[in-house]
Design a binder for this molecule. Structure first.
Ligand SMILES: Cc1cc2nc3c(=O)[nH]c(=O)nc-3n(C[C@H](O)[C@H](O)[C@H](O)COP(=O)(O)OP(=O)(O)OC[C@H]3O[C@@H](n4cnc5c(N)ncnc54)[C@H](O)[C@@H]3O)c2cc1C
Ligand code: SF4
Ligand code: SF4
Ligand code: SF4
Length: 387
């Protein structure tokens, strides 16, 4: 039976939940709003399968030579509806056009986020756009396995830990499986997201949420809520409390502060990211409509790229340089003591006020920020010199 020595290592991937032959594992919310496995000891037969599939207990080292490419979809409409360059949709279309199935993160009827699958091109829009809250995997590993065994092509998309969970659960290489992950900053909890939604909605019913609305530009994207009375709430990301708290790591899942998946050598076939730092790396692509940085990680990844190549504007780039301004690609988000204060207080203090309070900087933080801005300037100068 699975025993995680440190609860904070569990990513909530649902691998153990999907494999248990006796269905005696349920995923339960802890007090912060993150899902963890809970075992009904009376039903457990001690088969140990849950322990065998856990990607945190059984880590895998990937040896590959990823290729980095800056790119964006030539279809302007899809590009504008997507978070960065609209590459996910092209890969999804490729798989569906060959009779396959695509798994990804979509909103449920309450605007919480869950993994599900689609097999027609119009429905790919459900997965388009980043949703900054942890997506619940549910039974999707089992469902993906059924499709794979039937011989259908499957594209499974998600965070790197969700791809790791799927791979250990399947425990076998399938030629018909394509895995696409993202460069991942971390995921906020369901309870914090529910609380924020309620705070913004003020009793109105939501009809749409867009975490990455580009009407204000890609770099200055906004978070937008639409309500059934025809009104909207829209806030530029770096001025919005929820996004500010997310990027400053006030409410990420504990595993995100020590993430085993922060590496340039990944288990997925292809990785998608925002090309932050494009001004220094690929200024000719910098039109503020969204450009992706992608890593091609495997031979399957190379095949996919060949098939979508004609539909994208693209340029290869040195991988080390490409991630200079995207630390989420290779290092964990920093833990902050302010997280404890946030979780203690967020239900009782107005969300905006709490974030303003938490953002007040200590002298030490001001010094770190100053140091980081100097490092950024030096990196830009070095990049310009190298060109
Ligand atoms: C929680 C989160 C954190 C991220 N952090 C970074 C970062 O620090 N740096 C960076 O460069 N890029 C980050 N990204 C990735 C980036 O925002 C884009 O998702 C990526 O560039 C793909 O963009 P696209 O335009 O090709 O396609 P899009 O259409 O925007 O991509 C949608 C894809 O994202 C998946 N997805 C959406 N929400 C979730 C979710 N909650 N959980 C799992 N999968 C999800 C969908 O299933 C689909 O595969 C993050 C994404 C998420 C969801
Ligand atoms: S040991 Fe087997 S039966 Fe028990 S919880 Fe794990 S998978 Fe389920
Ligand atoms: S398999 Fe996934 S959900 Fe289960 S304990 Fe391991 S990391 Fe957590
Ligand atoms: S930061 Fe790591 S642990 Fe957290 S969601 Fe992303 S891949 Fe999973």
């Amino acid at each position: 039976m699975i025993q995680m020595s440190r609860k904070e290592d569990c990513t909530g991937c649902h691998g153990c939940y999907n494999i248990c032959p006796k269905k005696c594992i349920t995923m339960e919310f802890d007090e912060e709003g993150f899902l963890y496995p809970s075992i009904n000891i009376e039903k457990c037969i001690g088969c140990n399968l849950c322990e065998k599939v856990c990607p945190i207990i059984h880590t895998v080292e990937v040896k590959n030579e990823p290729i980095a490419v800056g790119c964006y979809n030539r279809d302007e409409k899809i590009r504008m509806e997507s978070s960065s360059g609209g590459i996910f949709t092209l890969i999804g279309e490729l798989v569906i056009n060959s009779g396959g199935v695509v798994f990804g993160a979509s909103f449920d009827e309450n605007y919480n986020v869950e993994h599900t699958y689609v097999d027609n091109i119009n429905d790919l829009s459900k997965f388009r756009g980043s949703k900054y809250v942890q997506s619940t995997i549910g039974n999707t590993y089992k469902e993906a396995k059924e499709f794979l065994e039937q011989g259908r092509k499957v594209l499974f998309t998600g965070t790197p830990c969700q791809i790791g969970g799927l791979k250990r659960y399947l425990n076998k290489d399938y030629d018909n499986l394509i895995c696409q992950d993202i460069v991942c900053h971390g995921v906020p909890s369901v309870y914090v997201w529910e609380h924020y939604k309620e705070y913004i909605s003020e009793g109105k019913n939501l009809v749409d949420v867009n975490f990455r609305n580009k009407s204000t530009g890609w770099k200055t994207y906004s978070l937008k809520f639409d309500f059934d009375d025809g009104t909207s709430y829209q806030d530029i990301g770096n001025e919005n409390s929820y996004i500010k708290g997310f990027v400053r790591n006030f409410y990420l899942r504990p595993s995100c502060y020590n993430c085993r998946y922060k590496t340039l050598h990944r288990e997925s076939d292809i990785t998608l990211a925002d090309f932050w730092g494009i001004e220094a790396n690929l200024p000719e692509f910098d039109d503020n409509k969204g450009t992706s940085l992608i890593f091609i990680n495997s031979d399957k990844g190379k095949q996919i790229f060949k098939h979508i190549e004609d539909n994208i504007v693209h340029k290869n780039i040195d991988i080390e340089k490409s991630v200079m301004f995207n630390p989420s690609a290779f290092e964990s988000s920093k833990y902050t003591k302010k997280r404890e204060y946030f979780y203690k207080k967020y239900k009782n203090i107005k969300f905006d006020s709490l974030i303003i309070d938490l953002m007040k900087k200590s002298n030490y933080e001001k010094l770190c920020e100053y140091k980081n801005s100097i490092i950024s300037k030096i990196k830009r100068l070095l990049l310009n010199k190298l060109k």
